[in-house]
Design a protein around this ligand. Structure first.
Ligand code: PRX
Length: 654
């Protein structure tokens, strides 16, 4: 399944030692990294226990470190009591209250800064506003916001009062929003009139209204932040403006002291089956993993300006915009809009303007920017940059080398960080002052993480030519705790394959002769479109909701910029459309699926067929379809197909 990937990766032999200048000042030296690794190997639980005591501020100290009595529903530091927002804000006030916490850049060019003290005041006022609206510890609050500081304020305010937030990416459609609100039984939605993206306003409030129109019995209140000033409908008794909600609220708010295992947030993500799953994260373990990884991987120093470009609607925006860097007391940059607005130099312009020192983005963005050439980055002063990061999908060596030379001027180490919504924090990555990097490899697990590659029987693979399942063999503090409302799915998705012994990531990978990990992609039906995670089943369900569609199979093909793009084979009710009819219906279906799920799920290719290739037992032959979509040679035995002639039609030749 992964042979071709392994082939191509085996040819990548370049290795880049950390630049000396960087290594000389790095937070973690080779000796320190070795000491951390040895400590973790000797006593993994003891290692995390020590760090949890040192790195987190506890209201009541924990006595119990790892509780594995309900494994694989692990619990960490469970009898300890703390508050996440206190650990991100209050702990910095005495020494660093006037340090910038968030430097915001709006798409139209407006910009402002919030110090830790100012951010704390805003969070407290909004937390008091939430309480005034009746939100209590344990309530779920959905956040559907543009990338403005108020999104972070809303998340931190929920954390402060012990409410569990569930952020929904602003690019998701009203339908997707509705499903997530319902699954979480949210009592409140926090949104904005809209946000600026690509020079246009994205109408968030209108989507909330649509989502709540035919459901949303659980939602009692909607708080609306005014960002664009475009007119929106406000429903009497349900909707109120952010500015009215905080009016008269005190600027202090005693944190709700919650247990270490209290659910800090849910974040919905796609799996192999239709329904997105609400990944549930804890308070203490999550915060510990995100704080430590921010410090170790990003080498954070007091004067750094850290910019993670991820939207807060994804896990990267939770862990490396909202929680990790703030827990570490860093200054972060937050940008509202599109990377290409008004042109493809915007990222580099922001780096120059705000003096960004650490830049963390996704390969899909790098590929799109690389395509525009070297003139745009050359226009800006990028000399403050000292460290670059990549996340979300494998980075192809060509993009890596461009990042290294054109953006990093061969001065900045690149940290290629492998992790998932479920892992909460970075699991494998170079440590920038220590690890020699290889383009396309996330190198090694960070201290405390026990990753391995195993075969179908669960045996560890040591042969560097052989790919296998990426697993984690020991629990770690930042791991997901369950799937909201569906623990059975948690157990079967992540643990059942190897009898609860290992956490199964769902990725395939291999280790080279130096022990470096190379992630090869997903082993299941999860697609990565522009680094965004989508399930084939989700997209297929959206298709079949259209009255003309009888059946569909969605696969991915490789795409120069998006990494993967969506390719749908569609069987219509009635006769198969051809010519202009087919074009018309394909355009209609693209819009339809976009409306059902959000623009990111719009298929690039739609091909109509009389039927789909199935095995005798009725299973759709996805590998065959993927080979067709990618114009690859067909290696499957197609003699067992009901109708072998269909292959020519699926290839678009008849
Ligand atoms: O396949 C891996 C890929 O992204 C998946 C997780 O997606 P998501 O939960 O959306 O989280 C993305 C941000 C952490 C993984 O199963 N992936 C993530 N980072 C990398 C990667 N693949 C290769 N290299 C990476 N650095």
């Amino acid at each position: 399944m992964t042979d071709t990937n392994i082939e191509s990766i085996l040819h990548e032999n370049r290795s880049f030692p950390p630049p000396q200048d960087f290594a000389a000042k790095a937070r973690i030296t080779p000796a320190e990294l070795a000491a951390l690794a040895t400590e973790a190997q000797r006593d993994n639980v003891g290692f995390w226990t020590r760090l949890a005591r040192e790195e987190l501020s506890w209201h009541t100290k924990f006595k119990q470190a790892l509780d594995d009595s309900q494994a694989p529903n692990y619990r960490w530091f469970a009898d300890g009591i703390l508050n996440a927002s206190y650990n991100c804000l209050d702990v910095h006030l005495a020494a660093n209250g006037d340090k910038p916490a968030i430097i915001f850049e709006g798409e139209p060019g407006d910009s402002h800064t919030l110090t830790y003290r100012q951010l704390t005041v805003e969070v407290c006022r909004f937390a008091n506003a939430l309480k005034a609206q009746g939100i209590e510890p344990g309530d779920r609050v959905v956040i559907y916001m543009p990338m403005v500081p108020e999104a972070i304020i809303a998340m931190q305010a929920c954390a402060r009062i012990g409410a569990t937030h569930s952020v929904v990416f602003g690019g998701f459609s009203a339908n997707s929003l509705r499903d997530r609100i319902n699954d979480a039984s949210a009592r409140m939605v926090i949104t904005a009139d809209g946000g600026w993206r690509g020079g246009k306003s994205v109408e968030l409030k209108a989507a909330v209204d649509a989502a709540l129109a035919d459901s949303g019995r659980s939602v009692e209140k909607v708080i609306v932040f005014k960002r664009t000033g475009e007119p929106v409908a406000m429903r009497e008794g349900r909707d109120l403006w952010w500015s009215d909600a905080v009016k008269g609220q005190r600027d202090r708010c005693e944190p709700a002291w919650v247990g270490a295992e209290h659910p800090l947030f849910l974040l919905y993500t796609s799996g192999s089956t239709g329904k997105p799953k609400g990944i549930q994260h804890s308070t203490a373990g999550y915060l510990l993993s995100t704080k430590l990884s921010s410090q170790w991987v990003f080498d954070l120093r007091d004067d750094d300006v850290f910019w993670c470009t991820a939207d807060i609607g994804w896990v990267t925006g939770h862990s490396y915009v909202c929680y990790g860097p703030l827990a570490a007391g860093a200054t972060i940059v937050m940008y509202e809009g599109a990377p290409m607005y008004p042109d493809g130099g915007r990222f580099w312009k922001i780096c120059e303007k705000l003096g960004v020192t650490i830049f963390y983005t996704a390969p899909t963005a790098l590929r799109a920017l690389m395509k525009l050439g070297n003139e745009l980055p050359a226009k800006y002063d990028l000399s403050k940059l000292r460290l670059l990061g990549s996340v979300g999908e494998p980075i192809n060596p060509e993009a890596w080398i461009w990042y290294h030379t054109v953006i990093g001027k061969q001065r900045c180490p690149i940290v290629d960080t492998w992790w998932q919504t479920e892992t909460g924090a970075i699991m494998a990555s170079p440590i920038p002052g220590v690890t020699a990097t290889k383009p396309g490899s996330c190198t090694n697990p960070i201290p405390g993480i026990d990753m391995a590659i195993v075969d179908d029987e669960g045996h560890v693979i040591s042969n560097p030519d052989q790919g296998g399942w990426l697993v984690v063999r020991k629990p770690w503090p930042g791991m997901l705790r369950t799937i909201w409302g569906d623990n059975a799915r948690y157990l079967s998705n992540y643990w059942a394959r190897f009898g609860n012994r290992y956490y199964v990531a769902g990725d395939t990978a291999h280790q080279d002769q130096d022990g470096y990990f190379w992630c090869l992609g997903r082993a299941d039906d999860v697609l990565k479109v522009s680094g965004h995670r989508l399930g084939t089943m989700e997209i297929e369900s959206a298709f079949v909701a259209h009255p003309h569609v009888a059946e569909t199979a969605v696969v991915s093909r490789l795409h120069e910029i998006k990494g993967e793009s969506i390719f749908a084979f569609v069987v219509c009710r009635g006769t198969r459309p051809t010519g202009a009819d087919a074009d018309r219906l394909a355009a209609e279906l693209r819009e339809f699926v976009g409306k059902e799920l959000g623009a990111i799920a719009k298929p690039d290719d739609i091909r109509f067929a009389d039927n789909l290739p199935k095995t005798r037992s009725g299973k759709i032959m996805r590998r065959l379809l993927r080979a067709i979509a990618r114009d690859e040679e067909i290696t499957e035995d197609i003699s067992t197909l009901e109708n072998p002639a269909i292959v020519e039609q699926l290839r678009g030749r008849t």
